[in-house]
Design a protein around this ligand. Sequence first.
Ligand SMILES: Nc1ncnc2c1ncn2[C@@H]1O[C@H](COP(=O)(O)OP(=O)(O)OP(=O)(O)O)[C@@H](O)[C@H]1O
Ligand SMILES: [Mg+2]
Length: 318
Amino acid sequence: MSQSGDDSRETTTTASTPPTSKVVGVRRLKEVMAKPASTRIFTVANQKGGVGKTTTTVNIAAALSMGGLRVLVIDLDPQGNASTALGVPHRDNAGIYEVLMGSHEISTVVQKVAGFPALDCISSNTSLANAEINLVSMVARELQLKEALETISVNYDYIFIDCPPSLGLLTVNAFAAAKELLIPIQAEYYALEGLSQLLETYAVVKKRLNPTINLSTILLTMFDGRTRLANDVAANVRAHFPNELIDIPIPRAVRVSEAPSYNQTVMTYDPLSPGAIAYMQVAREIAERGKAKDESTIDSTFNSNVVSIHYKKDGEIA
Ligand SMILES: Nc1ncnc2c1ncn2[C@@H]1O[C@H](COP(=O)(O)OP(=O)(O)OP(=O)(O)O)[C@@H](O)[C@H]1O
Ligand SMILES: [Mg+2]
């Protein structure tokens, strides 16, 4: 497990006074994160609502991008929360729905996330709520996303697909398109209830649609280490998934929940807060686990000073 103490970010603020204005640039980390041998495509899924799927998706994606990797987030939830957190327009523009319906090429709906060195997003819009119905009549309806992704996945080191809280056709499309499954689990009483249904869907997809998908990563979210319950849930998950569980829980932290209302990830909103530090460590651990065996694929020309962080206040760069 790699927990670098050198994840320095230049920021205009301290942990107690987070910036509330817009991020126009982030500085990459001094210590580059390891590149995978080929694109790692993660589906972030749990049909239980509000367990931290979106928060995990956007913050790990942001952290990996700050680590020098090329990252794409696909917002596959009609709620559009990932698009909001990354500050990309998603109401009136074409997004993943239009790609699934075949009216737009995927490359035409990719948006840059402001301020990040190499972070892109494909937004969702409210039409996506119709996708479950409209997809039913389509040929290869479970494979629409997979086929679309094939044309652009080579441009990225990491792709994260943020799923809605259901196991419908959208989530099945995500499972079919992904190489890995990341399950966020909220450390609370009913945490493991419903997990068996999720694992059943995973098993069916693996058998029928995507034999190579691998449940590689489980993350505990909104963890409160002071409670016995949270520790019991952690012990239970660890017992069942010793290799998959990332043993760095994400603490319940107020800055994490505040960040989306400023169209930011916590990685920029308050980089020194406990939630941001935990997500940074988790991202580094994910990168370590999936790193290419051949060190030569790591970009040795990496320069930590390429981009610097500035917070825009009232139209000015601070
Ligand atoms: N570590 C955390 N500390 C505090 N609040 C958190 C944390 N992680 C997530 N939250 C908050 O919990 C709520 C649910 O999180 P999130 O939207 O990421 O879950 P989700 O699984 O994507 O939900 P949905 O199923 O609706 O898509 C949000 O308000 C979010 O800000
Ligand atoms: Mg969500």
